[in-house]
Design a binder for this molecule. Sequence first.
Ligand code: P1T
Length: 409
Amino acid sequence: MTVACMVQAEKMPQISFEEMKKIADEVYKKPYDAAKEGDLGIPNYDGLGKCTYTGKPAAQDGTCPHKMMGRKERPSKSIGSSALDYVGNTPLIRLDRLKKALGLSDKIDLVAKTECYSAGGSVKDRIALRMIEEAEQSGRITPGDIIIEPTSGNTGVGLCMAGAIKGYKVIITMPMKMSGEKLNMMKALGAEIYRTPTEAGWRDDNSHIALACRLQKALPNAHILDQYLNPSNPLAHYEGTAAEIVEQCEGKLDYMIATTGTGGTMTGISRKLKESIPSCKVIGVDPQGSILALPESLNDEDRLCAYQVEGIGYDFIPTVLDREKGADMWVKTKDVDSFKMARSIIRHEGIMVGGSAGSCMSGALKAIKELNITEGRICVLFADSTRNYMSKFLDDEWMKSHGFPTDVY
Ligand code: P1T
């Protein structure tokens, strides 16, 4: 998983935030000019099949080319040194009230890994912090440097939070589709945000990925940690999220269900579960419009059409997604069901989740029906918080104007 973008930039004098903004604004204002800017070096994201980080124990048996960083505890009985101490180590909560509202069998034990309770409000805090810590330890970045990341916002919030605390300048490139709440949060954390057209394909000159590459070329000491291919993305979930789930479930889990964006969450969790609880089935959730699911035919309905749920689905296969071995089964979800489910989770469980949590639970419901599951423990992952969507699916008027009903299960 080593590509050109991961190569360490030569160290140059650091520039001020104002100087950075001036250069970045210039780049953003002008369309990409191949003659002047040269090849952008957009990575050829090509799936995780070649990565061998699994194995027992992964770090020690020589099969893993990547650095293991281990798990951290929350200082819950002492004073934390910064908000970063409270990334991850999230609660696993039983969803008995939602289970009843959905009319599921009493013998099903439905539990949720609630990532909304991570310090920055999402599952992506984990990878943001791990990518930064790994890059610091390898000598690739030092405080004062510029971190640039193309993101649907949550990785951005995690990077901006860590950047604010550790002293990095952060530039985020983010498609227009993503919420104003994420935008304002990242601005408050001190970052510069550049928006790109939602409809731009990932390889287009004006995509959030292309813009990040252009900015990196134009700025000194600027690094794209790149969640789409950085091994710290799945490894944060392999060493963290999944290890926590195994411990919290005391090794008893029958089904794990996760949504996929970069695929790092599902892939990392899956690889750990396949080692620790081999009988556990992993189900990947992909929104209609995206092309991540297998078999390919699942993606035909509404292929590459726009959808509203944020953070999940892509028009390319990120390197960190192991779509073949990571999921035993894939399900597709629709906006209308995802938002109704997210509002139902809030109403019945009081857990203030984002839209993709609704997709995850909606995908779980679909899988429960398709596989005729009547017993066993099912874990769903709620990736982020309602904070990101106060003016979107939480707002009745927004729901109505987009043709979504406002009732709950
Ligand atoms: O990237 P992945 O580990 O597959 O997580 C998917 C996901 C699910 N739900 C929400 C709300 C998300 O924001 C994400 C992924 N988010 C990004 C890729 C990002 O840049 O924030």
